[in-house]
Design a binder for this molecule. Structure first.
Ligand code: F6P
Length: 544
């Protein structure tokens, strides 16, 4: 990957000048002055429709953003990303979650060897295992079929499977899925208290198999299991997903019960690997395969489309426009379906663990803003919670509105109400409500001029709040795969432009080290070498 400071490019300098021309322009006027605006700024691809016309930009902005992408050699970077080159340079690894969903007969080489046959072998193992568990052919130690599956993992070994099984719960079978992630003992005990060891399968997911939370939870669960079950039955109830086969074996899980993964799959991009075993168990292998197929289609679209018609590229460059020129600090993701209620928190790890970096690829501190803060909740609930701030607060918060043309249960009345809100919100955010409109409204309601003057300022909506409207035909495993991959590639593009390494996560290490040290101090009750605040807090805690 080239090492290019984006602020040194011609396009960046032009964008800075251009920003001054456009920053105070209202989108209302942009629409008034250009009837073709919605025609110009949309991308239709398969069952996806992206309208990005409700953004504070024009054709010149788009051209300059595309020029910025060219100057930062995005095309070359995309080729490296898909080719198996070690683009995760700080860990000296390729980044190949895309290989997990590529065609059976494709070839992706890592250090000269094609990895696709291995990927296919693991997929076959996932398929067979899922089918045996779902079909009741593989049974627990007393001969009963499994009813419950517990995924034990954290971060990427939890968030992807949790989010997808939750988002696709309409497609779920009879198995009850549970997720234990937090090292909080209340989480693990609360989850296992009602489980029957005879009919519960435990899937321990940890790429490294050294993560404190996961190993502690897995150990606690195994102890609970062994209270009522002989040790030789563990193999029927515990399987693991990991790259660290030795550690898994020393935990007591037999090799045939291990689903391997590879170090070229990053944790937060791993749901496409055996980390997605609980997804396959919950919705069946065919649906899991459709999820992968959807992601693969998005990969091909991203790799091969011109930047102008490229969904991830457009979304990424717009986000850079707001982050680096408007200095917007956060972005909201608002799905208009309750099924996607976990999607924003999934994206928080994917996006913020990837692009929350301040050192560039040269090892220097960046002199520009990088990773955006991501947050969100489903509409319409969020309209009754934080939308006030988006509409009338002081901060600029670009938002992605994700909606579906069809509902899953087919209740048209509800769906129309939901979608009316989806469209109304982006319209309100664009146009706002002027003082004149407020006055007119209040006059019609019979208020006196004195009353109107007192209240009108509070009722004005400035508008000019940017949104992207992502309208998808229907929530299916395939469209879900496309949606996740869309954001994965947006992350990649932004990392390239910001000249940072998106695929490491050194920022999570320090806290882990200090926690281990504090744990030792809890054991000895000797608190040393801390700042006075932490020392006092630790002593206060230890007293109990
Ligand atoms: O939070 C840091 C992290 O390394 C994530 O990137 C990863 O998804 C998570 O911990 C879990 O790691 P593992 O799968 O190795 O247990």
């Amino acid at each position: 990957m080239k090492n290019i400071n984006p602020t040194g490019t011609k396009a960046w300098k032009e964008l800075e000048k251009h920003f001054k021309e456009i920053e105070n322009e209202h989108m209302r006027d942009m629409f008034k002055n250009d009837e073709e605006r919605a025609e110009k700024f949309n991308i239709q691809w398969e069952d996806f429709y992206l309208d990005y016309s409700k953004n504070r930009f024009n054709e010149k902005t788009r051209d300059l953003l595309m020029q910025l992408a060219e100057e930062c050699e995005l095309k070359e970077a995309i080729n490296s990303y898909f080719s198996g080159v070690s683009i995760n340079q700080t860990e000296n690894r390729p980044v190949l979650h895309t290989a997990l969903r590529s065609a059976k007969d494709s070839e992706v080489n890592v250090e000269g060897a094609n990895v696709i046959p291995e990927v296919e072998e693991v997929k076959t193992k996932i398929r067979n295992f899922s089918e045996e568990i779902i079909g009741g052919d593989r049974k627990g130690y007393t001969g009963k079929a499994f009813t419950d599956v517990v995924n034990i993992g954290i971060g990427g070994s939890d968030l992807g499977p949790v989010m997808v099984t939750d988002s696709l719960r309409y497609y779920k079978n009879h198995l009850n899925l549970h997720f234990i992630s937090n090292v909080d003992g209340d989480h693990v005990h609360d989850t296992i208290q009602d489980l029957n060891p005879e009919t519960t399968l435990f899937v321990i997911v940890s790429k490294t198999f050294t993560t404190m939370e996961t190993i502690s939870n897995a150990t606690t669960v195994r102890e609970w299991f062994l209270k009522s079950v002989p040790e030789e039955e563990v193999s029927k109830h515990f399987v693991a997903v990991s790259t660290n086969l030795e550690e898994v074996e020393s935990f007591g899980i037999a090799r045939e019960n291990i689903f391997p993964m590879w170090d070229w799959v990053g944790g937060r991009f791993s749901l496409w690997s055996a980390v997605g075993l609980s997804i396959s168990l919950a919705i069946g292998y065919e649906n899991f395969q459709s999820l992968l197929q959807g992601a693969h289609k998005m990969d091909v679209h991203f790799r091969d489309s011109e930047f102008e018609n490229n969904l991830p590229v457009q979304l990424a460059m717009l986000s850079i426009w707001y982050n680096n020129f408007f200095r917007a600090e956060s972005e909201a993701v608002i799905p208009y379906t309750q099924y996607l209620d976990k999607f924003p928190s999934y994206l928080q790890q994917a996006i913020m663990e990837s692009n929350g970096k301040s050192i560039d690829r040269n090892g220097d501190k960046v002199n520009y803003e990088t990773g955006t803060i991501i947050w969100g909740e489903p509409g319409t609930n969020s309209q009754h919670a934080f939308f006030q701030l988006i509409h009338q607060g002081t901060k600029l918060i670009p938002a992605d509105f994700i909606g579906f043309k069809k509902s899953l249960f087919g209740d048209k009345d509800h769906h129309d109400k939901l979608m009316a809100n989806y469209f109304a919100q982006t319209e309100a955010l664009l146009n706002g409500k002027s003082e004149a409109e407020v006055e007119e409204d209040l006059k019609n309601k019979g208020l006196s001029q004195e009353e109107i003057d007192k209240i009108k300022a509070f009722k004005v909506f400035e508008g000019n709040k940017p949104t992207n409207t992502i309208l998808v035909d229907k929530l299916t495993p395939e469209s879900m795969g496309k949606l996740i991959a869309l954001y994965e590639h947006k992350i990649f593009v932004q990392g390239v432009i910001w000249n940072i390494f998106s695929y490491d996560q050194w920022g999570v290490e320090l806290g882990k080290q200090l926690a281990n040290k504090i744990l030792e101090e809890f054991a000895t009750k000797e608190v040393v070498n801390h700042d006075s605040s932490t020392k006092k807090l630790l002593k206060f805690y230890i007293q109990n």
